[in-house]
Ligand binder design. Structure first.
Ligand code: DP6
Length: 336
């Protein structure tokens, strides 16, 4: 045990996948079956402080001011245990995390949460990790969190089947070849902000195990990734949007054909998706994507976003938030 008291605070933002991660090769290591690609947002940050607590018998976690218990506490403690084994440190920790987005509503709160926790905890425990190492660490908390370590557009590599060290081979990297003329916005339409009944972890597992469509979706996702990279390089938002919308709809088709089915999309989601299609038929540059929840996110050119967001708010009767590509996870306070 050390007599020092180390603390660190980090901020991270959610990311929304344009080519989705949906299915694990290894559930313990959280290795995906395919590469995925996302945009980190500049809204809804999560701030997490990790303070080492020598002499304390257990980790103590507070989320949005309330003590964590059950599954969230178990996942955070397991995450810190991994870091303690790696660093040879034994201190338990006080973890205080504050979200600005509803938790468990398919708005990527776990991605921002585990990215912020990875950066704060790695600093507090003096793990000495480089950015790829932080991404691997965040991945062990929640797969999509490995992408929120970085800003802008981010590619998460699945470990190649023959990789010697599969844990080492799977991490995210920011793209440095996105066309500078590409100026997108992602409009989140907050149709429902209550926690989902089935976790994305359970839904993903069930889909891989039981959906007859899963194999073909996986093949199409593996094809979508290089097409998405080339559309981003070309600055072709129309192609980016078309690939993203098709990939998201395919992912939802796989889960709706799981046993028992998982249905995150509600009538309100479908109503909005139909409206997005109508807008597009009328020449509007809008494409939809949805994650493990009923909320719809709409990709469009940033200059058009305020007008389009106002229309989506009017059609859905729900609040909207306009996001632009945002920053990676950063340390805002840390050290001894
Ligand atoms: C639909 O990263 O939450 O948002 O690794 O089990 O924690 P675990 O899953 P998680 O799943 C995210 C799924 C998704 C698609 C995506 O973000 O790529």
């Amino acid at each position: 045990m050390t007599s020092r008291s180390l603390a660190a605070t980090a901020v991270a933002h959610p990311n929304i996948a344009l080519v989705k991660y949906w299915g694990k090769l290894d559930e313990e290591l959280i290795l995906p079956l395919a590469d995925s690609l996302s945009m980190t947002l500049d809204v809804f940050p999560t701030t997490t402080t990790v303070r080492l607590a020598p002499g304390q018998a257990q980790d103590c976690v507070r989320i949005d001011g309330s003590p964590a218990a059950g599954e969230p506490l178990r996942r955070i403690t397991a995450f810190l245990d991994r870091l303690r084994i790696r660093t040879g440190r034994t201190e338990r920790a006080l973890v205080e995390t504050g979200n600005t987005v509803p938790v468990g509503a398919g708005l990527a709160s776990s991605a921002a949460g585990f990215a912020a926790l990875a950066v704060a905890a790695a600093t507090a425990y003096e793990a000495g990790l480089d950015p790829a190492g932080l991404s691997r660490l965040a991945r062990r908390g929640s797969g999509s969190a490995c992408r929120s370590v970085f800003g802008g557009f981010v590619h998460w590599h699945a470990a190649a089947p023959g990789a010697q060290d599969r844990d080492h081979a799977s991490y995210a990297e920011p793209l440095d070849d996105v066309h500078p003329g590409l100026q997108p916005a992602m409009i989140a339409v907050l149709l429902q902000t209550t926690p989902k009944a089935v976790s994305s972890r359970e839904a993903m597992h069930r889909t891989v195990a039981t959906s007859p469509l899963y194999g073909s979706w996986l093949r199409s996702t593996r094809e979508a990734l290089p097409s998405m990279r080339s559309a981003l390089r070309a600055g072709d938002l129309e192609r980016v949007g078309a690939i993203a919308e098709r990939n998201a709809l395919g992912m939802h088709a796989t889960m709706e054909t799981a046993l028992p089915p998982v249905r995150y999309l509600t009538p309100a989601s479908h109503h909005l998706l139909a409206h997005v299609r109508t807008m597009r038929a009328n020449g509007e540059p809008v494409w939809a994507t949805m994650d493990a929840g009923p909320n719809v996110k709409v990709l469009c050119p940033a200059v058009e976003a305020p007008r389009i967001a106002a229309e989506l708010a009017a059609v859905s009767g729900s609040p909207t938030a306009i996001a632009r590509p945002g920053p990676g996870a950063i340390l805002v306070a840390g050290g001894v």
